[in-house]
Design a protein. Sequence first.
Length: 425
Amino acid sequence: MKQILSVIILLYISLVGHAQEIDQIIDAKEVERIERILAADDMQGRRTFTPGIDKAAAFIAAEFKKNGLQTMKGNKGYFQQITMVKAKVKDLKAIVDGDTLNENTIAISTTAAKLNITSTKGYQVITIKKDENFLEVVPGIAESGKSSIVLVDKVHADKFKRLKNFVSRTKFQSPVNIVFILTDKTPVSYNIRLTNELSIQKLKNVVGILPGRSRKNEYVIFSGHYDHLGVVRPNKDKDSIYNGANDDAAGTTAVIMLSKYFKALKNNERSLVFVAFTAEEIGGFGSQYFSRQLPPSTIMAMFNIEMIGTESKWGTNSAFITGFEKSDFGKILQQNLSGSKFRFEPDPYPDQNLFYRSDNATLAKLGVPAHTISTSKMDSEKYYHTLDDEIETLDMNNMAEVIKAIAISATSIISGKDTPSRVKE
Ligand SMILES: [Zn+2]
């Protein structure tokens, strides 16, 4: 009896200790300190390719360091550097089977400064026939990761012109080339010489790790994007800065706070990865790059956090999970929260396709239970993508509660007790 009682007392003390610890570490004041710095005017709206976003990256890295996170192998400190390339055609001479091609009959997607093709060696040859939906096939070819020569039937001549946009887009630096040729034949001789003018653009994610105690090679990711929309011409109130306090300084703040909390807890069996993504607003380049650095099978779950600074449609102490029905991630989180004051609900805005609109999407497409947690009222969030998305419009106390809820909801996944099912298309 006595023994049982002391066990109960011990259990009680450890639970209370636990509760106090989380309240002390994730408190509204600290949340506000971080949020205020990230959403400050001197970050200039954290637009990609500007000094403002570099300043934000340096701040996040300093917080990760302070919180005792390790760096990820292959990265430069906490920075995961990404090289993007925009190629502009300077000179192109293309003769295929004796026919001279022009911009209406050849388009080349490459990040090389010079390209010289005299045969199909090193290329897969793909034929797009009359009855195929040409533009629908293109993304699959681009994602195949193989250099390709794509022979497009002349019936698609009109759509072929649209490839100009595709090939001139900014892309990840890559050894893969894709050559589109408008033709009715299967050519036998190639003589293609291309010279490009390249503009190189650098991006960086900020990444920190807490290695797991026993399951080091099983990763759980906590992420949010730290870029936003920059500076525009002043409006009538003389404001010109997209502070992005909710979108997504809030998620980034959560990532920093969670890293501090889990470091203090020191009990994660799985490895925890904390990521602040760049370039979400301009196409999700940061998360796309990150998703290729770890084998998807080693990623057990991703908690992506977007816009948690306002009350959800259900009021305080609640949030929603996108793609709820696509894995049992959401159910596990709900179980871990049962008995608490928090509610995590399925995304109430399924028409908006949010599951595929945020940084969880790339990993989710690879089968990872990668979901976004948000409180944003997507049908009526007043300051979404406006100059007025400022810290004064956020509720710091509720935001701290949501971050705590995320921490608690992750408990059984971090300990290795639960593993969410994989996402199926
Ligand atoms: Zn946004």
